[in-house]
Design a protein. Structure first.
Length: 198
């Protein structure tokens, strides 16, 4: 898989921008600001992380004529039958805090041993000619009893890998080393990318 030195990221989420800029830097990649907004080009209508990430990456790459990186990610809570999953960003609202609160409310009576969950991310790199490559990252953990920490975004304040600290409490380097996006990016650019097929 070719690795261009410059690409755009199909997201206007500031948290994702900061995270992806750190994650791609070791591979000599620079991210640029996408114009127009990905939300103006793509509606996430897929039923899987891969479908949504591919939609964003391929559409922007073809439309703008630039290499494009995109991801779709979510948290899968075992006690909720895998919810919210691919709907994590739109579980009950477009507001991340309302989605986080809903998860906590639904788990109020669930004991600690059963609060297992995983974070999943699929990252897609698309070329202007429609070719694309993808990789998946997963991290197992638990949903905490209450939000903790002020770093990160999304469900980071309630997801814990070690059962003690949330992802919103650890520093950037530690989060990047263990996160679902970190694993997906390392697999994508580290020789384990899967070629896509239109």
């Amino acid at each position: 898989m070719p690795i261009p030195q410059q690409m755009t990221l199909a997201s206007h989420n500031r948290g994702k921008w900061a995270e992806f800029m750190r994650l791609v830097e070791p591979f000599g990649v620079t991210l640029t600001v996408p114009e127009p907004s990905p939300s103006d080009l793509v509606e996430e209508t897929g039923s899987t992380y891969l479908e949504n990430a591919r939609l964003k990456a391929v559409t922007m790459a073809r439309t703008l004529g630039v290499w494009t990186l995109a991801d779709d990610s979510g948290v899968e809570v075992d006690a909720l039958g895998g919810l919210p999953g691919v709907q994590s960003a739109r579980f009950v609202s477009d507001d991340p805090w309302e989605n986080t609160r809903e998860i906590l409310l639904r788990l109020m009576e669930v004991p600690w041993p059963r609060r297992t969950a995983r974070m999943v991310a699929v990252v897609v790199l698309a070329a202007p000619d429609g070719r694309y490559w993808w990789a998946e990252g997963r991290v197992e953990g638990r949903i905490l009893l209450w939000p903790r920490g002020t770093r990160g975004f999304g469900v980071d304040p309630i997801f814990s890998v070690d059962g003690v600290r949330s992802l919103a409490e650890v520093d950037d380097a530690e989060k990047d080393a263990c996160s679902h996006r970190g694993e997906a990016v390392r697999r994508l650019f580290g020789g384990h990318a899967i070629p896509g097929a239109e």
